[in-house]
Design a protein around this ligand. Structure first.
Ligand SMILES: [Zn+2]
Length: 440
């Protein structure tokens, strides 16, 4: 099929804006992209779906999120409100995740994937925890993402916090899932670790051993709160990035979420090891943990990706917050242009996704997976290659998303979700959420 639009934004190099453009999709892959006139002429008889006033863009990638947190929305807090990061973990997230059943995990995955794809997100990197329902949890999540039609890389957060048996079970869950999904085009695995503050040297040794030969990196929270730094110094005499580096956790395929409390030396280690950093600005603001040194990272040549940490499923909003936060933080309006935000959102997320999927993602190029979103966007100022990022930040949001194609198939068409009955799923999810809240 051919999808044509007023603009096609390829992100092949820079923005890659094609006016009156078209995308040729064959099976689950993009075959060609360029001016509509040429694509139509060269492919006679091909079905054409026209979006004459819309923008066609690559589907968005969320580089770090937690579907398991879905039922926290509106959850009653039955304890004193947390005052700092570790209390947020203990009183909210670890309170919730210990009570999750495999059915809760499945429905959290369904509602998260529904919300994500409705906001134009077609690929997610999910970091999962359900310490009393570990075995089989990643497969239930995979089932949920597949059913809704969202591509995903999934990891289980190994941690010592609930004892060594559960740490071992988490390791097995990662290993089995990664093996089972090797070569899978739609769902892949990575090796999840919670954070250095809940991992002993012995467990770190075990995970490095278990990951051997799996062609995977680790997906881990790094220096999210300052407590992580204190804990690392106390345990090892080294800061977080240094401890993880020494343990063999960093590398080209490792995903280091947050990296808020990292100094210059640590940033250089992240750069030299090729470790992927994921910036989650809204979550960091919400947890009051600080601001990641993203501007400095980019100066050093680190290529931070963008994620939501599950705070939202809206990557448009995350991009807007990344755009404003660093200016305020550094008291300098020059430090974060819209072009830099789109570099993170598109180029860096695409680069990370390429390490875990068999074909390119996050750009419209021949040979890439056909994951696209269509936005009904009517600009009242001129649009061109140079100013497109500012149109994206100031003019576009998820409410403009009308259609979403994942793996060559429409998942959202004219605003309607085609793959699942979302009303029914939301009703069933509500019952499970209430039952979970009753167990808190
Ligand atoms: Zn996280």
């Amino acid at each position: 099929m051919i999808l044509s639009g007023k603009w096609v934004v390829t992100f092949q190099r820079g923005v890659g804006l094609v006016e009156d453009g078209a995308v040729l999709v064959e099976g689950n892959v993009i075959k060609d992209v360029g001016p509509k006139e040429r694509i139509v002429k060269e492919n006679p008889g091909e079905d054409i779906i026209e979006f004459p006033k819309s923008v066609i863009m690559p589907g968005l990638i969320c580089a770090h999120c937690h579907a398991y947190g879905a039922f926290a929305r509106g959850m009653p807090l039955k304890v004193e409100p947390p005052t700092r990061f570790v209390e947020i973990l203990e009183r909210i997230w670890w309170h919730l995740d210990k009570r999750l059943t495999l059915d809760d995990v499945y429905y959290s995955g369904l509602v998260t994937a529904i919300e994500a794809v409705r906001h134009g997100t077609t690929t997610m990197f999910d970091h999962h925890a359900s310490p009393f329902a570990i075995t089989g949890s990643l497969e239930r999540l995979a089932e949920a993402f597949r059913k809704v039609g969202v591509r995903a890389n999934i990891a289980y957060e190994v941690s010592d916090r609930d004892g060594l048996d559960r740490a071992e079970e988490g390791i097995r869950e990662n290993v089995e899932f990664i093996k089972r999904h090797q070569g899978d085009e739609f769902i892949t695995g990575s090796f999840g670790l919670h954070a250095q503050l809940t991992l002993s040297d012995e467990t770190l040794e075990k995970v490095v051993e278990a990951a051997k030969g799996l062609d995977t990196g680790f997906h881990i929270h790094v220096a999210e709160g300052v407590e992580d730094v204190f804990d690392s110094l106390k345990k090892s005499g080294r800061r977080v990035v240094e401890r993880l580096w020494g343990a063999g956790i960093l590398g080209e395929k490792t995903i280091a979420a947050h990296c808020v409390h990292t100094n210059e030396r640590e940033l250089r280690i992240l750069k030299d090891t090729g470790t992927n950093v994921v910036h989650n600005p809204e979550s960091n603001m919400n947890n009051a943990v600080g601001v990641a040194p993203v501007v400095r990272m980019m100066e050093l040549g680190i290529r931070p990706a963008l994620g939501t940490d599950g705070f939202t499923m809206d990557m448009f909003r995350e991009a807007k917050v990344a755009y404003t936060l660093h200016k305020l933080h550094m008291a300098d309006p020059r430090v974060m242009g819209a072009d830099k935000v789109l570099e993170m959102l598109y180029h860096n997320n695409s680069e990370l996704a390429a390490k875990y999927f068999t074909k390119p993602l996050g750009k419209i190029v021949p040979g890439a997976f056909a994951d696209l979103m269509v936005l009904s966007y009517r600009p009242y100022t001129p649009v061109h290659e140079g100013n497109f990022p500012w149109h994206f930040i100031f003019g576009m949001d998820a409410s403009h998303v009308t259609d979403v194609v994942v793996d060559g198939k429409f998942v959202v068409r004219n605003g309607e979700l085609l793959t699942v009955d979302e009303e029914q799923i939301f009703e069933e999810a509500k019952e499970l959420a209430q039952a979970l809240w009753d167990r808190l």
